[in-house]
Each structure stands twice: as structure tokens, then as C-alpha cells.
Design a protein around this ligand. Sequence first.
Ligand code: AHG
Ligand code: MN
Ligand code: MN
Ligand code: MN
Length: 337
Amino acid sequence: MAVIKTLGQFIIEKQADFSYAKGELSRLLRDIGIAAKIVNREVNKAGLADILGDAGTTNIQGEGQKKLDVFANEQFIAALTSGGECCIVATEEEDHIVQITSPVSQDAKYIVCIDPLDGSSNIDVNVAVGTIFSIYRRKSTDGLATIEDVLQKGTDQVAAGYVIYGSSTMLVYTTGKGVNGFTLDPSIGEFCLSHPDLKMPEDGVIYSINEGNYVHFPDGVKKYLKYAQVEDKETNRPYTSRYIGSMVADIHRNLIKGGIYMYPTTSSSPNGKLRLLYECNPMAFIVEQAGGKATDGRNRILDLTPTELHQRTSIFIGSKKMVEKAEEFMETYSPVA
Ligand code: AHG
Ligand code: MN
Ligand code: MN
Ligand code: MN
């Protein structure tokens, strides 16, 4: 009979991994896990709860917010506020940073950047959605933490993770010592260790991209897609195209099976669509920790210096050999910037 190890037990056990934390980061991760369970409860009964459809509001991204975007955003901010370990929440669904000044949080050390609900276009059609989070320690030492505490490079993350609300609900995270996956057991309401020490296959045969944007892709991307589609038994081509429209679900599948997820620049997203702080950096940290690679087509995602809260970047992320092959095509065919 396998011994159940809950997220809480695992976090405490791994506490020794990071010297400076005296339990704050552990409590922060548990606070996130609690909010994820609350969001999961609503996602699981979406058709019955009043969370389908549009909220009738637009976020700073210019996206029509779904009711579940707003619900998830509220739940994570509430959990992080009451948990007392977080001093700023930077979220996709708020124009500006949310400074947490509640009495319990006055000496809080951590910043959380979050995409509360990733894959919003899938909510109403019962396809997997997710949550993505990234955790930093504040750099400033006195007064209120500010936007400067948020605009840190991805290499400065102390932890990152995602929740995938799919056929099962999983929480996958890293603190820089490998990647571990936990599956929610609804019968006991606990995330239980199910995927210890996750490693991304070095190579793969799955590519994930919105080919509807083909005409606007850089030439190097077009050439890579043609390479992927050519018959060549030696290199297991043609590859398989799998694209769900939820970054979390596409990358989680590729993390397990091997594959590459690409969101290049397009005419409607000249700087790329995905946001650096709460989509690309956390997913890049996790994928690198699992042995994969994540670049903007040329530069390592984690080395990019953020200059604004909702800035976007192109991203090529996944199995090391697949990202390197795609980069080869981009070096050959894209004008040197
Ligand atoms: P979000 O729902 O948080 O706004 O993110 C959606 C992102 C990502 O999850 C997904 O892979 C991508 O947008 C899909 O974009 P397209 O619909 O343009 O392909
Ligand atoms: Mn969105
Ligand atoms: Mn997203
Ligand atoms: Mn989102």
C-alpha cells in the first residue's frame, strides 16, 4: 500500500532545502494550494455554478474577462492576503500591483506573480484550464514593497508552479531543487505526491503552436514547421501537432511526453502574446528544472530583464533538443535584430 505524502508534508520535509526560510515559503505554498482547491471546486461544477460566461469587464490586456477569471483572481488574492506571507500580488487580472497591507502581512517577504486562470477561452467548453504562479523575495528592506520588487529576472524566482484543472487536478512546482507533481484527492481534499522528480524528455515528437497565425510567423518558424511536417523515419518525423489553447495544459503534456510549445511574434502580438512575469518566467523555471529549455527564440527567458508588469515575450519552451532545433532555423532564417 503506497504511503500517501500530502503537499503539506512534502513542503515541510523539503523545508531544509532552503536555508533562509523559517517556514514562510512553506506557508505561502500551502496558501496557494488552498486557493487552488477552492478554484477547483468551482471549475468542477462550472456548468452548475454561476461562473460560466463573461464577467462583462475587460482587463488591461484588452481581454474580455470570464467570470472564472475574476473568481480565481479574487480567491488567490484573498488566500495570499489572509496567509500573511505575501506583500505584493501581481496578477494578469489587475492593471497594477496589489499591495497587501493587512496587519498580518506587515513583515511579509514574498511577492507572488500570478495568472489566476490560464486558458480562459476553454472555460465554457469544458477543456483543461490552469493557474500559473511565480514567487520572489522582496529586494527592498523597508516601507511598502513596490513595483521595483516585482520587476525581477526569472533567475531570481524562489519558487514557481502551476495548477492544471484537467481530468484530474494537479499542482506542479519547483523551488529550484527539481520538479514535483501532486494530484488532488477530492475524497480527502489533499494534493498528494504523484509525480516525484518530474523530468522532461530531452527530445520529442509533439509540437504545440496556433498555426492559424502561420502567415504572420517569422520565416524561421515557418521553416521549422515545414521541417516538423516532412516525412523522415530516422528523426521520427512528421511530428504530431497538439494545441489545446491553455499554455499550462500544453506544457504539462509536453513535460510528461516530450514536446515543444511555441508562441512566436505575430501581427496582432508583435512582442509575442504570453506575459513574461506570470506565464513565461514560471513555466521556464519549471521546464528548466525538469531538464528542458525556454527561450524567446534567441535569449533564455529567465535572463530577460522585465521593465513593465504586463510585458509580453515570444516563447519557445520544451524538450531541449526540440527548442535547439527550432532556434537553429530561426538563426538561419530570421534577420539578426
Ligand atoms: P489566458 O487565458 O491566461 O489569457 O492565457 C491564454 C494564453 C495561453 O494559455 C494559451 O496557450 C494562449 O493564450 C492561446 O492563445 P491563442 O488563442 O492566440 O492561440
Ligand atoms: Mn487572459
Ligand atoms: Mn494565461
Ligand atoms: Mn489568465
